[in-house]
Design a protein around this ligand. Structure first.
Ligand SMILES: O=C1O[C@H](COP(=O)(O)O)[C@@H](O)[C@H](O)[C@H]1O
Length: 234
């Protein structure tokens, strides 16, 4: 099995620049070979600087489809909305021509929307060219939370559903998430983490096996031809 490759940077600015350049190159290559590129990005606060940099990449953004890896079940007007964060930091400048798919449907619960969302991703079924994951200090990634009611199903490498609704004690609001098989199948798969605390959490995750304790382990331990790239800065 390929172990993750760890890229350490002196500053968050340098990390953002390098990660954006790497993602842009893969997206440009996908457009050149397949005419279209797909990108899955994370929410939370860590990606903001990276997305600012990526928005300035000179690629054919009109041929790029962007989705979130997960969403909190809140409208875009909420300051907890991952979609709103991505819209503010990525959908500007050259990247404003890209297509950003929302997860939030306006249904009262994500469970009511999950079937339609699964169908949407079934229709779009192709490998993501690029997926950039984040990680919480509890070892969650996407919305794979410790203690989630259906964690086993969302982490099933042979699972058939692309999307799942998730509820977990540490998740705040109910969530919607892409499931493990879709994410780990991305051509370029990155994990973007910052700060000493997250580095220690990452080291702890790497040292153990049990994904129910730290769900990010399901990604770290997934066998891949091209290794997972971990981007870290203090
Ligand atoms: O809730 C979430 O948290 C993680 C980590 O967020 P951060 O603020 O610590 O960077 C994020 O990767 C995920 O997409 C988001 O929904």
């Amino acid at each position: 099995m390929n172990r993750p490759v760890f890229h350490a940077y002196d500053s968050r600015e340098a990390l953002a620049e390098a990660l954006a350049a790497g993602c842009a190159a893969v997206l440009a290559g996908a457009i050149a070979t397949r005419g279209v590129a797909t990108l899955a990005v994370s929410g939370g606060s860590t990606p903001k600087l990276f997305l600012d940099h990526l928005s300035r990449a000179e690629i054919d953004w009109k041929d790029v489809e962007i989705t979130l890896v997960d969403e909190r079940w809140v409208p875009e007007t909420s300051d907890r909305s991952n979609h709103a964060m991505v819209r503010a930091h990525l959908m500007k400048g050259p990247a404003s021509e890209a297509h950003l798919l929302p997860f939030y449907t306006g249904h009262e619960t994500p469970e009511e929307a999950v079937e339609d969302l699964c169908e949407r991703y079934r229709r779009l079924t192709r490998r993501f060219d690029v997926a950039v994951l984040g990680m919480g200090t509890d070892g969650h990634t996407a919305s794979f939370f410790p203690g989630a009611d259906n964690l086993h199903a969302v982490l099933d490498p042979k699972g058939q559903d692309a999307v799942a609704a998730v509820r977990a004690p540490g998740a705040g609001e109910p969530r919607i998430t892409l499931t493990l098989p879709l994410l780990v199948d991305a051509r370029l798969l990155c994990l973007h983490i910052e700060g000493e605390e997250k580095r220690a959490v990452y080291d702890q995750a790497l040292a153990g096996e049990d994904p129910s304790e730290m769900p990010v382990r399901a990604v770290l331990n997934h066998p891949r031809e091209e290794p997972l790239n971990v981007f870290w800065a203090p």
